[in-house]
Design a protein around this ligand. Structure first.
Ligand code: URA
Length: 242
């Protein structure tokens, strides 16, 4: 369908209004600015946003939030703001897939697709998560080896092999990237504690192949693009045949 026909039928916009939306850069298709009224689009396959509101989407919604520190990964909380409070249009429906600690920042996916969230968190699916980490002392190759071999917590819990990449290392501050395929409670912090380091900053930058959009300010969210939704759904479908 032509873009102008879609917007006329969905929002009853005039051609003049649609032209203005294009000129004022309020209209995007899969993250790219719309250029032409006659552009052929498919709202079932592409993510078409008018001032951030999706056109013609089905009943399932998927959001990417850049979670700020201080906000809890829950649907409600009597003391703190929740990640759901930050996605106001769907306050009642959506819930976060997985948890980040209150002081952890970064990528949080929210959806009202219950089975998807359940499956992605199930150990059977062990999806990769990537974190940026700052710790309070010098990381070394020895730490990378320990992560690769599988960290053992003080209580004897054994973690799966994880990838630690050191970005910078100084005596009282190191920056690194860590990839894990599990979701144990406080996992990253405890892994570093096991090698004698304290995490002083933690930010998730990837979940199940979805990368945190670096155009999202802390606290902002956007709908997932079609290709990102497809990636999540295909991951679950692929693994259910294992
Ligand atoms: N690991 C942690 O320790 N905290 C998080 O929030 C996520 C992973």
């Amino acid at each position: 369908m032509r873009l102008d026909k879609l917007l006329e039928s969905t929002f009853h916009y005039s051609r003049k209004t649609i032209k203005r939306l294009i000129q004022t850069k309020a209209l995007t298709i899969d993250g790219e600015l719309a250029k032409d009224l006659s552009q052929v689009v498919d709202a079932n396959v592409q993510t078409i946003l008018v001032n951030g509101k999706r056109v013609g989407h089905d009943s399932q919604v998927y959001y990417m939030l850049n979670k700020p520190s201080g906000v809890v990964s829950a649907t409600r909380d009597s003391h703190h703001q929740t990640v759901v409070d930050l996605v106001p249009n769907h306050k009642k429906d959506v819930y976060p897939i997985g948890r980040l600690d209150r002081d952890t920042q970064g990528l949080m996916i929210l959806t009202n697709n219950g089975p998807l969230g359940f499956k992605l968190l199930h150990p059977q699916y062990h999806v990769d998560k990537v974190y940026e980490v700052v710790v309070n002392s010098r990381l070394t190759d020895k730490d990378c080896i320990a992560f690769a071999q599988g960290i053992v917590f003080l209580d004897g819990t054994v973690c799966k092999s994880a990838k630690l990449t050191i970005i910078s290392a100084e005596d009282n501050r190191s920056v690194a990237r860590v990839t894990i395929a599990e979701g144990k409670f406080h996992q990253v912090k405890k892994m570093f504690l096991s090698v004698g380091k304290k995490v002083i900053f933690l930010k998730r930058i990837m979940f199940a192949g979805i990368v945190l959009d670096d155009r999202l300010e802390v606290g902002d969210y956007r709908e997932l693009y079609h290709n990102e939704i497809r990636l999540l759904l295909s991951l679950v479908e692929r693994n259910s045949h294992k």
